[in-house]
Design a protein around this ligand. Sequence first.
Ligand code: ZN
Length: 385
Amino acid sequence: METQKLYYSDSHLYRFTATVTRCEKVTNGYAVTLDATAFYPEGGGQACDLGTLGSAKVLDVQERGEEVIHLCDTPLTVGKPVEGIIDAERRFDLMQQHTGEHIVSGIICARFGYHNVGFHVGTDMITIDFDGPIPADALPEIEAAANRAVWQNLPIRCWYPTPEELPNVSYRTKRVLPWPVRIVEIPGVDKCACCGVHVAYTGEIGLVKLFSCVKFHQGVRIEMACGGRALALLNAAFDQNRQVSQAFSAKWMQTGKAARKMNERLAAAEYRCAGMERRIWDAIAADYQGQGNVLHFEPELSALAVRELADRIAEKCVGTAAVFSGTDGNFNVCLVNKNGDVKELGSALKSALNARGGGNPGIFQGTIPATREQIDQFFQEWFRR
Ligand SMILES: [Zn+2]
């Protein structure tokens, strides 16, 4: 028996009463049909509604032929009236995103001739895929046009052209459709074949925010959000900016400049520091001039600095330079021999003290979870060989 689809006559009907026509036990609950429903079933890229039917929770809604099937967690009595309550916040959010998608797709189709070939509603953003390249710098203009359409508060008209009218109606579609075709029209913005649910006036979308446009297959993927989602995302971004503003003691519209300035200062400080380090490494290495094998500990060096110091010492000594930095249980290590091979020593460190790392015959670089005492003892024995 065909279910009367109340969501098509009023997309803002969130509470209704209908009669239960069937209730069957299925694997994960009860499949319930009604003589009429305002629950939108999953379809056309739009998620289904959730809510309650009497005391039962509606877990899923699907369309089977002319019927709408509500998957409920408890059974309902056939022949009895039941009140349906839809999660209105969820439905309105989905309608805001979906109708906003129509506007953006309509604008892009008119300006560039590209079609919406994929649509996904994520937990925060939504994405639309188009079948042609849209330059990222066109985004502000598309966004401005979309918001103008929102602020004009245009009525959304859903209608079925007659078989005679249909060939003369030019509309966006993914494939050629047989009559009857449901046309969703936003005057002057978009005309599209769609079986989804939409807000009644574009003003209800509130805001359209486009976030990014990146190459995707043969075209692009646009990340966007509408209405409440757009506001939530912009609030989150604003909060991040507020934190940056506090951290840099910069005005909130000047955080970009403050961050660039900080990067420049950091790069200059790193350059100065590297020069000072080189002079220190040279001074340390000078003490090992002409010595044989060298074991050297230095506190708090990065892996890169350990490598540089080992290199400098290896240039001065005639054997292997073994440099360690860190604390007991967590050392960076670099072994360098300018005229020989440290492969065997590296392997011995791995098997004796669980060192990790590698390199080439003249260099071994890695980490070691041993204590300084264990390392000292290992090298005393190794160098004595
Ligand atoms: Zn639609």
